[in-house]
Design a protein around this ligand. Structure first.
Ligand code: HEC
Length: 116
């Protein structure tokens, strides 16, 4: 009888150890501090202004909005030159009437005063 009691105690001790052993092996899922980035934060949109649709249609075929957004503020002449360069050098199919609208839009949202 005494022998059986000892066996129970031994089993009980083993049981406790097996429990604490289990806790150690739990793999914790890493907690991410930052929430998943939304597409809107990766691809910012330039401010809404007249001509935005025309700009989007003609300029975003080759660039991201980010690419235009990270440019410094340019005076009208510079934007005009850039848009002309896109048409003449890089073959952007933009009609003259749209070029005017786009340049105006770019000056509105990323314009700087002419230094001359
Ligand atoms: C047919 C494709 C195409 C279209 C459409 C296009 N671009 Fe570009 N753009 C280019 C290429 C190619 C470059 C040169 C990239 C480089 O140098 O790495 C460039 C460069 C630029 C640059 C960098 C400055 C510079 O002078 O090189 C700006 C700003 C720019 N484009 C703005 C525009 C704007 C605004 C429009 C809309 C009117 C536009 N792009 C439409 C192809 C295009």
């Amino acid at each position: 009888m005494y022998y059986i009691k000892r066996l129970y105690i031994l089993l009980f001790i083993l049981y406790i150890f097996s429990c604490t052993e289990d806790k150690k092996t739990i793999i914790e899922t890493p907690k991410t501090k930052e929430p998943a980035k939304e597409l809107s934060t990766l691809e910012p949109y330039l401010p809404v202004a007249v001509g935005q649709k025309t700009f989007q249609r003609h300029c975003l075929a080759c660039h991201s909005t980010k690419y235009i957004e990270m440019q410094p503020n340019f005076p009208e002449k510079t934007w005009q030159k850039i848009v002309d360069k896109m048409v003449k050098n890089f073959g952007a199919p933009i009609p003259d009437s749209s070029v005017k609208v786009i340049v105006k839009y770019l000056v509105d949202v990323k314009g700087a005063r002419d230094k001359e």
